[in-house]
Ligand binder design. Structure first.
Ligand SMILES: *Cc1c(COP(=O)(O)O)cnc(C)c1O
Length: 366
């Protein structure tokens, strides 16, 4: 049997007619930049995120970049974040010439450990950027408390966690702003790159809005240097078709996770820990196993798609060597990088496929 990590064709087959019709509508209108579908998607994503505003952008990466630029973060500033994340989180901080400052993760949730944040704050700190990894929100209450005390912005990297909750609050609605990605492998994935920023703050919204379009206001008058961060209307069209399914798809992932959890309980497989304050959307189902690389290899041999998110923490990336971190600085992030692996969790998985994966994992551990 073959079980891919993700099967986008299975999803597409069910919505193909509607996606093609929606794209046709954009083409017929020849509104090739912006237009009503981008606006409609912004309104709908703002609504499901319990936020007042949303700004469609070209990718999750540009959502983070635009957020940093719009908050005026740049040279001489420091941004506190997790070393255990996708590159874009840290890459954007470096691209605005600010300094990424890492603190270690909570080994259970893999998210930033709020207890370690305060000691990393200096007079240069401007923001905290928690990442809601694998679909589960970070422990936001203590993060917001620290941010309020030190007058810091909080940018939520919610690229993997659209519509997940923490104490009933939606991802993206807690901090100064929240960043989503519509990369095809995310729970709400486009047919190419796309992203969105949500916020409840009118002033931040205004900056995000104008920075998306070269900082111009009015047209051809530039008080700020922004970029071309616009969301493609063809992406908006496809995403509008997919959005009504998001809740069902995320529930399908949770059901699959429960299925795995039951079969892995009482074995040496470390199953995902979900904070009782959180509802996860399981963008990834990540297990912790001894001899991870061996297990990984054995699964691949049996045609099971699996992946390591992420094998090298950010403080050990070559491009960040100038920051002066070394091995051993963030032991929990480093341990996670050596022990975690993601299994197929997409909603269209059948019981047979899950059983095949479970058996292969358990067999590989014998
Ligand atoms: C996917 C992702 C991003 C970047 O999103 P893109 O749309 O691929 O640019 C940023 N941060 C995290 C945590 C992600 O998973």
């Amino acid at each position: 049997m073959q079980v891919p990590l993700l099967d986008l064709k299975a999803q597409y087959t069910r919505i193909k007619k509607d996606v093609l019709a929606a794209i046709g509508e954009v083409l017929d209108s020849q509104m090739c930049i912006g237009g009503p579908m981008v606006k409609e998607l912004e309104e709908k994503v703002a609504a499901i995120s319990n936020c007042k505003h949303a700004v469609g952008v070209s990718s999750g990466t540009d959502a983070i970049l635009n957020s940093l630029m719009s908050l005026g973060i740049g040279s001489g500033d420091e941004v506190i974040t997790t070393p255990f994340t996708f590159f874009a989180t840290t890459g954007c901080i470096a691209r605005v010439c600010a300094k990424p400052v890492f603190v270690d993760i909570d080994p259970k949730t893999y998210n930033i450990n709020p207890e370690l944040i305060e000691q990393a704050i200096t007079e240069k700190t401007k923001a905290i950027m928690p990442v809601h990894l694998y679909g589960q929100m970070a422990d936001m209450d203590p993060i917001m408390e620290i941010a309020a005390k030190h007058n810091l912005y909080v940018i939520e990297d919610a690229a993997q966690s659209i519509s997940s909750t923490y104490k009933g609050k939606k991802a993206g609605s807690v901090g100064s702003c929240g960043c989503f990605s519509f990369f095809p492998s995310k729970n709400l994935g486009g047919i190419g790159d796309g992203g969105m920023i949500v916020t409840n703050d009118d002033k931040i919204y205004h900056m995000l809005f104008i920075m998306r379009n070269h900082g111009s206001e009015p047209k051809y008058y530039h008080k700020f240097v922004g970029g071309n961060f616009r969301l493609d209307p063809i992406q908006a069209a496809a995403l509008l078709v997919k959005l009504p399914y998001l809740e069902d798809w995320s529930q399908g992932r949770r059901d699959n996770a429960e299925y795995y959890n039951k079969k892995f309980s009482g074995t040496s497989v470390g199953i995902p820990y979900i904070d009782p304050n959180c509802v996860t959307i399981y963008n990834q189902y990540v297990i912790r196993v001894p001899k991870r690389d061996e297990v990984f290899k054995k699964l691949k041999e049996q045609d099971i798609g699996c992946e390591i998110y992420y094998p090298v923490p950010m403080h050990l990336q070559e491009c960040f060597s100038y920051l002066g971190y070394k091995e051993g600085d963030f032991p929990e992030a480093e341990r996670a990088a050596n022990e975690v692996m993601a299994l197929p969790i997409y909603p269209e998985l059948t019981d047979k496929m899950k059983d095949y994966v479970i058996e292969a994992v358990l067999e590989s551990l014998k």
